[in-house]
Write a protein that binds this ligand. Sequence first.
Ligand SMILES: Cc1cc2nc3c(=O)[nH]c(=O)nc-3n(C[C@H](O)[C@H](O)[C@H](O)COP(=O)(O)OP(=O)(O)OC[C@H]3O[C@@H](n4cnc5c(N)ncnc54)[C@H](O)[C@@H]3O)c2cc1C
Length: 376
Amino acid sequence: MIAVLGAGIAGVTAAHFLKAAGEEVLLVDRSEVPASGGSGAAGAFVSPKIGKGGPLQELTNEAFAFAKDFYREVTPHAFHADGVLRIPKNPDDEEKFESYEAYNYRPYERWDAKKAQAAGLHNVPGGFFFPEAGDGDAREICRVLAAELPRRQMNVERLEREGGHWILHGADDRIEAEHLVLATGYESDLLDLRYLGIRGLWGSRGDYSTSRQFPISLHKDFSLSSSRERRVKLGATHVKHPHPCLACDGRPLKALEAKAAEITDTSDFRLLETFCGMRSTSRDHFPVVGPVIDVPRMLEESPAIVRGAKVPLIHHEGLFLLNGLGGRGFVFAPLMARMLAEHITKGAALDKRIHPDRLFWKWVRRVGRTGDKDSK
Ligand SMILES: Cc1cc2nc3c(=O)[nH]c(=O)nc-3n(C[C@H](O)[C@H](O)[C@H](O)COP(=O)(O)OP(=O)(O)OC[C@H]3O[C@@H](n4cnc5c(N)ncnc54)[C@H](O)[C@@H]3O)c2cc1C
């Protein structure tokens, strides 16, 4: 049996593809309902990445191509491909837009200021419109995917390897599994995962009632969704902090509301519900998907690695990770989950861009330079 720890978008998609490959899967989370972590707060915008090319943009856009089809097929009622208009974040960004165009995901349309104005936007110089992009209902997507899976509610306090199995220890309960997939988001303290440099960034989202029609979604340095049933979502992740949502006092939303008002008429927006959550990013901002290095054992058996000695990597047996999805968890998760499932069930080689091993050697040498206390 494969236990998947974490019922956010990473965990539910990993469990979905493992089950589709014929594995017996158990989805474990401390919460009774899926998407209780960062996933539940997400606006779940699913759109391509714009920029001057490069491996992260390429990977994001491969993931986007896969994700939009995945949601259309698996959770069609909870994904709305109304199109997303990408607007320059600031005058600097506006200057660069020209150079982004050659690297754009296709299909897209180039909008000018006139077209933006006709769509009810002001102070918008134009942008790129991606008609296949859209937004999802984050909780509903996770609920539907989790509903097809056996589940267990447990706050896992400790992990242990015993008799060829992983033991997940709760306060007064335990689960035994041959394989374990960790999909715990920004919480990464069950094992020594310092080499991945996982850190949290929290953000907020407000859902508002409005009588205005927003036929498409907008993305600037915040996102505003198309309207459905007289409701829109406004959100962004923006605050670097190790702890989630210190105070949902509405302040972050006030700033977002002001930004939205700069580009469109938000005068009748009334706040209905606030969501806060933490997303997690790896050291190099790429997802981390695959086997996990046994850091304590490597440091103990080969202490010279901190001075540059090269030895074979030792991985925890039967342990895998799906994390570091950043601000694009709903874009990345389906493709990353499928890649992980193919690796676990068919031994398929993992894409180097997402393999967690890439982060180890640089980190371990830094430990050598800065001392064992080095964390992230
Ligand atoms: C405000 C906001 C807006 C966002 N907007 C978008 C967006 O528009 N588009 C997009 O693609 N992404 C967006 N994101 C990012 C996206 O939400 C994240 O990338 C994604 O949710 C990460 O999913 P995850 O499954 O890795 O983590 P999480 O959703 O945090 O799930 C981790 C799960 O693990 C469980 N868990 C952890 N430790 C334990 C334990 N010890 N025992 C039991 N259970 C445990 C938690 O309960 C939780 O359910 C946004 C994020 C935020 C916060």
